[in-house]
Design a protein around this ligand. Structure first.
Ligand SMILES: *[C@@H]1O[C@H](CO)[C@@H](O)[C@H](O)[C@H]1NC(C)=O
Ligand SMILES: *[C@@H]1O[C@H](CO)[C@@H](O)[C@H](O)[C@H]1NC(C)=O
Ligand SMILES: *[C@@H]1O[C@H](CO)[C@@H](O)[C@H](O)[C@H]1NC(C)=O
Length: 403
C-alpha cells in the first residue's frame, strides 16, 4: 500500500507547475485516499490529515458585545483535533503570519470580504483574531504544509485555510436551521437543549457540540468533520463529536438577540377554540423588525436585491427597507413608500395606502404562505425586473439581511 510521500499516494500536477509559477497548486490526491481518522495503514499526510484528522468548524453567537449580522452566527475557526479530542497547537511559528489581511487581499479578496462580515473579533481586532486562528490551529493541518505544494509560494497555504473555512461555514447556516424550528433569539423565551440539538441535527445529520456561557446563554457551536483527501481540495464528511465540550444546561437555555438586532419574535397563530373558521393547526414564523436589505436568490445563488420601488436590480446599490411587526407578520417600507402586492406584483410607492403583511419562514420572505416569487427574466445592467407572486419564467426567493 501507499507509504508516506510515495508517488502512489498523490499525483503531482506537473503541467500546472510548468505552466506558470504563479499558478502554484497543492498536490493532487487520489480519489480513494482514506477518510481522516479511518486509515488502516500509513498514508501520505499531504492527502490524509494526520494527526489532526477531526476537523472542527466552530461558530460564535456573540451578543455582548455583538459581532456580525443579527441573523447569522459568525466563524470562530477550523481546528484539526486529533481523533480522540486532544489537539496540537502552534505547530510552526515560522509560518505564523502577521499579515493575514494583505495575504487575502492578494490571494482571495472575496474570502476576505466575507470574513469582514462573518469572521469577527469581539474586541474589534479581526486581523489579530485571524492571525491567532491561523497560527494556533491552521499551522497544525498536515495537508497545508509547504511540502504539500508544487512550486510552493509562501503564504498560499494560509489562503487555502481561510478559503476552506469560509466555504465550510457557508454550509452550516445555524441561524436559519434554528429559526426553521422556531428557535430564534429572544430576551424572554428560553429553549431546551434537546430542541436546539434536534433542530441542528436534522440538518447536519450528527450532533453538534452546543456551548453556553456561565449564564446559560448559547454562545458557541462546534461541528465535527472527517476529511477525505486534503483540506484544500478534499471532501468534508459530518461526524459525531469526539471529546467533550458541551456546556449548556438541559433546560432554560437563553439565545439572546444581538443588541441593535433586527430579527425577531416567533408568533404562534391562535389555536382554534370553538369557531368553525379558525385554523386548527398552529403555524410559526419569524417576524422581522428594523432595517435590512431584501436580497434576491435565483438559480441557487444570491443575485442582486430589491430596490426602493419593489423591483429587482442586479447591478446597483440595495435599498434599505424597514420592517414593522403587524398582526402575525410585518409590513415593509422603502424610501419610496409602503410596499404592497398589487395586481400580483410587488410595489413600494407613496401611493400605496394599505401595506401588505408579509411573513418570514426562517429562510425567506413569504406572501400568503408561499416563498416563491417570480420575474419574466433575470435583469441585467440598468434593467429593473418586476417581482410577481404569480408564476413567470424565473423563480426567485427573497431573503432578509439585517442591517
Ligand atoms: C495512519 O496514517 C499515519 C500517517 O501516515 C500513520 O502514522 C499511522 O501509523 C497510520 N495508522 C494506521 C493504523 O496505520
Ligand atoms: C506576508 O508576510 C510574509 C512573511 O511573513 C511575506 O512572505 C509575504 O510576502 C507577505 N504577504 C503580503 C501580501 O504582504
Ligand atoms: C425558494 O424557497 C423554497 C423554500 O424555502 C425552495 O423550495 C425553493 O427552491 C426556493 N426557490 C428558489 C428559486 O431558490
Amino acid at each position: 500500500m501507499a507509504l508516506s510521500r510515495t508517488p502512489m499516494a498523490r499525483y503531482v500536477l506537473l503541467s500546472a507547475a510548468l505552466a506558470s509559477s504563479a499558478m502554484a497548486t497543492s498536490v493532487s490526491c487520489a480519489a480513494d485516499a482514506p477518510l481522516s481518522c479511518h486509515n488502516t495503514t500509513a498514508y501520505d499526510t499531504c492527502c490524509f490529515n494526520y494527526p489532526g484528522g477531526d476537523m472542527v468548524l466552530t461558530q460564535f453567537w456573540d451578543t455582548n458585545p455583538a459581532t456580525g449580522p443579527a441573523n447569522s452566527w459568525t466563524v470562530h475557526g477550523l481546528w484539526p483535533d486529533h481523533c480522540d479530542g486532544t489537539y496540537d497547537s502552534s505547530c510552526d511559528p515560522a509560518r505564523a503570519y502577521t499579515n493575514i489581511t494583505q495575504i487575502l487581499q492578494a490571494g482571495a479578496p472575496s474570502t476576505l470580504e466575507y470574513m469582514q462580515v462573518y469572521w469577527k473579533d469581539y474586541q474589534g481586532n479581526d486581523e489579530s483574531f485571524w492571525e491567532h486562528e491561523w497560527g494556533k490551529h491552521g499551522t497544525c493541518i498536515s495537508t497545508l504544509s509547504p511540502s504539500c505544494y508544487v512550486n510552493y509560494q509562501p503564504t498560499q497555504e494560509a489562503v487555502d485555510f481561510f478559503t476552506t473555512a469560509v466555504s465550510l461555514f457557508k454550509t452550516l447556516p445555524s441561524y436559519d436551521w434554528l429559526a426553521a424550528a422556531g428557535i430564534v433569539p429572544s430576551s424572554t423565551t428560553t429553549y431546551t437543549l434537546s430542541a436546539i440539538q434536534s433542530a441542528l441535527q436534522s440538518h447536519f445529520g450528527h450532533p453538534a457540540v452546543i456551548r453556553c456561557n456561565s449564564n446559560s446563554e448559547l454562545n458557541e457551536l462546534w461541528y465535527h468533520f472527517n476529511v477525505q483527501g486534503s483540506v484544500q481540495t478534499g471532501t468534508f464528511h459530518p461526524v459525531d463529536p469526539v471529546g467533550s465540550g458541551a456546556t449548556c444546561p438541559s433546560t432554560g437555555v437563553k439565545y439572546l438577540p444581538k443588541p441593535g438586532g433586527t430579527v425577531t419574535t416567533v408568533v404562534t397563530s391562535a389555536t382554534a377554540t370553538g369557531t368553525s373558521t379558525a385554523p386548527s393547526s398552529t403555524a410559526t414564523g419569524a417576524v422581522l423588525s428594523g432595517k435590512g436589505y431584501l436580497n434576491v436568490v435565483s438559480g441557487g445563488s444570491q443575485n442582486g436585491c430589491i430596490i426602493g420601488a419593489g423591483t429587482w436590480y442586479t447591478t446597483g446599490t440595495c435599498a434599505t427597507f424597514t420592517a414593522t411587526p403587524s398582526g402575525a407578520g410585518f409590513t415593509l417600507t422603502s424610501s419610496k413608500g409602503k410596499c404592497a402586492i398589487s395586481n400580483n406584483a410587488l410595489t413600494c410607492a407613496s401611493s400605496v395606502t394599505a401595506a401588505t403583511v408579509f411573513a418570514y419562514d426562517g429562510a425567506s420572505l413569504t406572501y400568503s404562505g408561499s416563498s416563491s416569487f417570480y420575474a419574466t427574466a433575470v435583469p441585467t445592467g440598468s434593467t429593473q425586473a418586476t417581482v410577481y407572486t404569480a408564476s413567470h419564467a424565473v423563480a426567485l426567493n427573497i431573503t432578509w439581511q439585517a442591517q
